[in-house]
Design a protein around this ligand. Sequence first.
Ligand SMILES: *Cc1c(COP(=O)(O)O)cnc(C)c1O
Length: 407
Amino acid sequence: MVKDVKQILKEAESSLKDKFEQIDDICFINQKKVLNAFIEFRVSTQCFYGTTGYGYDDVGRDTLAKVYAKVFGGEKAIVSTMISCGTHAITTALYGLLRCGDIMLSVTGLPYDTIHETLFGEGNNSLEDIGVVYKQIDLTENSDFKYDEIYNFVKENKPKMVYLQRSRGYSSRKAISPYLMKGLFERIKQLSPNTFIVVDNCYGEFVDDIEPTDVGADVIMGSLIKNPGGGLAPTGGYIVGTEKAIDLISSRYTNPSLKLELGSYEMGYRMFYQGLFLSPHVVAQALKGCFLVGKIMEDKGYKIIPSNDEKPQDIIKSVVFNTEEELIKFVQLVQTVSPVDGYVLPMPWDMPGYKDKVIMAAGTFVSGASIEFSCDSPIRKPYIAYFQGGLTYEHIKIFAEKLIEMY
Ligand SMILES: *Cc1c(COP(=O)(O)O)cnc(C)c1O
């Protein structure tokens, strides 16, 4: 019996050899990018020290922002422990760029759950409350852009912002490659040069060898307890983009007179640097884990999204189950192989920012960090378990072993 499991794992791994090689190639490019930025901006031990109070001349904070801007192909960045999560980074960027009467056009359908209250909440200081007009064009069945519809809208309305979400969120569409964004962005800029192109980059960092900012996005945002924190960053978010866009956003992030001049963090910044340095590798580990678990579940007859034939565009894989019970069982199995709280049994609960109940396996060192091996799912049809992350491939392989034994 034990030998069978071993054999199944071995065969699954050899069938994925080419995929793993592609992942390694991208990882190598990104590792170089990160290393070069560290050297160019003279990262030194001094950058790791914390500051207190206003944090004037905080070298660690300022240098980290320069490194991020360079790595992600932007001109300027806000990287901050005062940004509490990805949602906070995204909304800071939206409020920084949008004014009363402006149009925000989402071209990847409905944005991630936690952004909804920001877009159209009532009487809560939402963008709609302050007079921003939200419009949306869905993706095609095939998760491609509806180019004609987008171009016509942009030409006629010259929206202040075109918004994209790279990763899938809790949906079954595909994540979007920066290479696919390139043509779209060029045409949008031709039709309306002053439109800001803004991309929710959560879960997408270092999955490909370029980022949306490399192909013309004005702004990208993400969470430091996902990919770019490399599993070490304890909190925070980033916003990278053009000088013009980041200047506007920094007035909202602090205020128009302070912008990026202050913000302290007494604990120091080593984990943010070290995490970014490790991030390309950790992302690669997570991606390999996605393929392995995907292969095992596919062989057991379950539908996985994206299929293993597709090039991944984020670090999430999902398994479609027939019943709520099956879904819950899978999520709970993830928890049983967690290094932290491995003994607890997760249950569906009402999580802040989400409409449906959500079940989460997150036995992580950094609370809620989904760059660590974790799994979550809203309890709604279709019953899809979304799993992601993994600091080491071997950790996810242990989970794969359990799956083989259990299913
Ligand atoms: C995780 C995520 C966010 C932000 O979530 P936080 O929990 O606030 O960090 C936004 N968009 C997408 C697509 C995400 O996956």
